[in-house]
Design a protein around this ligand. Sequence first.
Ligand SMILES: Nc1ncnc2c1ncn2[C@@H]1O[C@H](COP(=O)(O)OP(=O)(O)OP(=O)(O)O)[C@@H](O)[C@H]1O
Ligand SMILES: [Mg+2]
Length: 231
Amino acid sequence: MVQNILEVDHVNKSVQDASGVLTILHDINFQLQARESVAIVGASGSGKSTLLSILAGLDTPTTGTVKLRGQDMFALDEDGRAALRGAHLGFVFQSFQLLGHLTALENVMLPLELRGERDARGLARQMLERVGLGQRLAHYPRVLSGGEQQRVALARAFVQQPDLLLADEPTGSLDFATGEQVMKLMFDLNRELGTTLVMVTHDQNIARQCDRQLKIAAGHLQDVTLADLPA
Ligand SMILES: Nc1ncnc2c1ncn2[C@@H]1O[C@H](COP(=O)(O)OP(=O)(O)OP(=O)(O)O)[C@@H](O)[C@H]1O
Ligand SMILES: [Mg+2]
C-alpha cells in the first residue's frame, strides 16, 4: 500500500476581526502520496499561504486535522510539532524569513547544525553554489537582492533534503532564467530523492510541470486538470 505523506481532513480556518468572523479556508480535504509534485494556484487573497502554513504546522486550523506521515500534527505540542517538522519538512516562505544576523552561508548551515550534521559548512556551500550564489557566501541578507534572498531561502530548504518541501511562490522574485534553474533544482530533488513537492505559484508553466494542480478559490479547494488552467 502506498502511504500518504500528507492527509488533510476537513480543515477550516477562521479568524476574528473587527467586523466579525472571517473564514479563510472552508473544509479543505486532500491527500498527497510520496513523490508527488503539486501546484497550488489561485488568486491573491484566496488562502494559499494560509493553507501552506497549516500544512507546515506553523499555523493552526480552527477545525480539522493534518497528518504528516500518519502523525496528527495538531495532536502534538509545539515541541513535538517542531521535531516532526525538523525530521520531514522544508519550508520556503513567501517573505524568505532569513536570519538577518547570519550570513548567507550561515543561514543555510543552521538547519544542518541543528541536526548535528558534521559537514554543515561544505554542504551549505555546495547548495549555495547550485543556486548560483557561490560568490555571495559571506553576504548578510540586507545586502542581498530580493531574488538572491529567495535563493538563499531555497538553498536552506533544499540542503535538508526534506521528505516534503513546501514552497510559497519559490520563483516569485526571480528572473525567468534563474526561476527555471531553481525549478529544475526542485524537480531534480523530486526525482533523485523522492522529495514530495507542494508549491504555490502564479506561473502556469510551473503549475503544468507538476503532477497535480489544486486550485483555491475564496478558501475552497478543488482538484483541477491542466485544461482548466489558463494558457
Ligand atoms: N491573521 C489573519 N487575520 C485576518 N485576515 C487574515 C489573516 N491571515 C490571512 N488573512 C486573510 O486571509 C486571506 C488569505 O490570505 P493568504 O495570505 O492565505 O492569501 P494568498 O492566497 O496566499 O494570497 P497571495 O497570492 O496574495 O499571497 C486574505 O484575504 C488575508 O487578508
Ligand atoms: Mg500568499
